[in-house]
Design a protein around this ligand. Structure first.
Ligand code: MN9
Length: 290
């Protein structure tokens, strides 16, 4: 089983002026981040606006990224959908394209029981036939997995690990202790070093698209036990991330990438484009620090 580790950008989905998916900039962004040492890609997740894309668009992005990256990095396809049926179909499609893993956020909106959520994950893992990475993001999904819930997944060979997008590092540590051989990926970039310290193997994040060098450096310094130096870089990154959060993470990330020469277009409605003033404030705060 290929277990993901290191710095893994959660790729955005670029749109052109007519709001159509525009893959040219994505190909260049992939090359830029690979050159900076990233070890994998997380495709059509939250950062990729998965829930704002049509089925055809999700498939087109998955296909394009698999074709562009090939065997150069670990490929993780987020295939979470509102229905088990659709997630299974997308999971099987991603596996057929060569994705190493599939991943999914818990099924949302209807407040499903844990038994229902568990069945969803096992069905999707079976349909895909490649290992599943649980995407735990309670702040957005509203689903709060306990350590015991997570253990019900990770004790099964079909589950590769967890993308832990939560600031509860006690939970991360407990999962790590119970499952030393599974993949644990930190989710909030602003606490990447905390995640590594509490047992994460690496991280998946949106800000790695435009500052891969900083996070690859943090990862390397951590592995050399040079924690104070790693913390200095985390501090710099966090000044940037604070500005990003203030402006709105997805629209702000796209504005920064566009400014760097990777045209992303606007985030899709209901997201609203940053107005001129907000955008200027963001870019003035962030660009000199990159
Ligand atoms: O994939 C990302 N989470 C979301 C992880 O986009 C919801 C993070 O990279 C955050 O965007 C980032 C800013 O809070 O840490």
């Amino acid at each position: 089983m290929v277990l993901p580790s290191g710095v893994i950008p959660a790729l955005p989905t670029p749109f052109d002026k007519n709001d159509n998916v525009d893959l040219d900039a994505l190909g260049r962004l992939i090359e830029f981040t690979l050159k900076n040492g990233v070890s994998g890609f997380y495709v059509t997740g939250s950062t990729g606006e998965a829930f704002l894309l049509s089925d055809e668009e999700r498939r087109a992005v998955l296909k394009f990224v698999a074709g562009t990256v090939g065997k150069r990095a670990t490929l993780i396809a987020h295939v979470g959908c509102m229905s088990t049926k659709k997630a299974c179909e997308l999971g099987a499609y991603a596996a057929s394209l060569g994705y190493d893993l599939v991943s999914s956020v818990a099924p949302i909106y209807y407040s499903y029981s844990f038994a229902e959520i568990k069945k969803y994950y096992f069905d999707v893992a079976d349909a895909a036939g490649v290992p599943m990475l649980i995407y735990n993001i309670p702040a957005l999904s509203g689903v709060h997995f306990s350590v015991d819930n997570i253990a019900e997944f990770l004790s099964d060979v079909r589950f590769a690990g967890v993308k832990h997008t939560s600031s509860d590092y006690f939970v991360l540590r407990q999962i790590r202790t119970a499952f030393p051989d599974k993949a644990l990926l930190n989710g909030y970039d602003e606490t990447f070093l905390a995640g590594l310290s509490m047992g994460a193997d690496g991280a998946i994040g949106s800000t790695f698209n435009f500052m891969p060098d900083k996070f690859v450096k943090i990862y390397e310094l951590f592995r050399q036990n040079r924690i104070p130096e790693a913390m200095e870089i985390q501090k710099q990154a966090d000044i940037i991330i604070a500005a990003l959060i203030k402006a709105g993470v997805i629209p702000a990330m796209k504005a920064i990438l566009t400014e760097l020469g990777f045209p992303m277009g606007d985030a899709r409605a209901p997201f609203t484009p940053l107005d001129g003033e907000k955008k200027r404030e963001l870019l003035e705060a962030v660009m000199p620090l990159l």
